[in-house]
Ligand binder design. Sequence first.
Ligand code: NDP
Length: 286
Amino acid sequence: MALIIDGVAVAKKLRQSLAAQVAAEKLSPGLSVVLVGEDPASQVYVRNKSRAAEEVGIVSDTHRLPSDTTQEELLALVDQLNKDKKIHGILVQLPLPKHIDAQTIIAAIDPEKDVDGFHPINAGRLSLGLPSLVPCTPQGCMILLGEALSDLSGKRALVLGRSNIVGKPVAQLLLQANCTVTLAHSRTKDLPEECRRADILIAAIGKPEFVQGDWVKEGAVVIDVGINRIDDPATAGKTKLVGDVAFAATEKRAAAITPVPGGVGPMTIACLLKNTVESARKSAAG
Ligand code: NDP
């Protein structure tokens, strides 16, 4: 049976370490979260982020804007936050309403305050192997991998999904850790065979239990990024969260696997706080 990598515990340890750093270095990190519209999932994420920030000693404020906010109004707020010396991290919660171009907004954030790591400068620096603010979910995946493997060098890694927020940056981080990386997507041929070659399998596609147990190599380490809500056959009318990997069958073959919920999810928020503390430290150093 696989080791179940406990993302809740690892995230808690990271938050405690960040809280200790903030206190010891007398940092005053500030995080501004911008939420446009009423998307219920986003409301929950934003609440969780604010609560976790407080725990670490980060002062966080949330700007809640109506869904008919114009792109110009949002750009004006980003500009104001860019100039605010008390703010070290700016996070504009995605998705944005359709009339606002997310890339334009991301590009307007000061790259030094881009704690999501989505700005083209940070994405470019990551791909060049230069220091940068690294996207939170990929960072979380790497920390969880470290719980199962002390050395990633030479391992075959398969990343399933090529989004800008998960697949591509996690592939860059695996490459930096000297893995041999394959980036698979919806046009990949013979996906099960590609998966079976992988010592490390990272699934980020958003399809419930898509990766089957017999696609997973014996002894592989599996990081399941997917968060999918499905009807729960065990309870009448209720739903439950599952990942992109068929957990029960994979658990029997893998050396280690992250659960959903309780795996990558909590790490994403903890890494957001880590990025904010890093930004504050850099700003304090001048
Ligand atoms: P996107 O929808 O942006 O990207 C999905 C990727 O999966 C695409 O590259 C797509 O390929 C690929 N894909 C879709 N269907 C298939 C298929 N049948 N076979 C192979 N590849 C496929 O998703 P995200 O990266 O934003 O998110 C992925 C999942 O991770 C979601 O469940 C999301 O909820 C979750 N997530 C979890 C986070 C966390 O904190 N745990 C944070 C962020 C996301 P193509 O490019 O060819 O279309």
